[in-house]
Design a binder for this molecule. Sequence first.
Ligand code: 5GP
Ligand code: ZN
Length: 113
Amino acid sequence: MDCLFCKISEGSIPSQKVFENERLLAFKDIQPAAPVHILIIPKKHIASMNDVQEEDLSLIAEMHRVAQDIAKDMGIFESGYRLINNCGPDSGQAVHHLHYHVLGGAKLGALTG
Ligand code: 5GP
Ligand code: ZN
């Protein structure tokens, strides 16, 4: 499958990994939008939040748990951070493999919409 994040997950495209287990991978965003900008992905290809199935719910819960750990590791657990998922055209989702952005390390701008 021609999917950028599947390739990163398999290791055929390099990334700066910050966390990995059998199910999930977290790595630094190539174009950081904040001092801390990490992407958390499932190794399983799920195209977007709209494609999450009942059987994937434990994976989603684990992504939230890993976000906490990453926030701790990056020193932003107390100062605060944002966990963002873009889903579909109006959100600007550019990579069609489910991912959460973990953003922090500075006062973040207001959400727009
Ligand atoms: P989206 O807009 O789909 O929610 O976010 C995709 C994110 O992936 C963007 O923040 C973009 O900078 C990041 N990205 C795109 N290509 C690469 C890449 O090759 N490596 C890494 N580490 N991040 C990427
Ligand atoms: Zn994929």
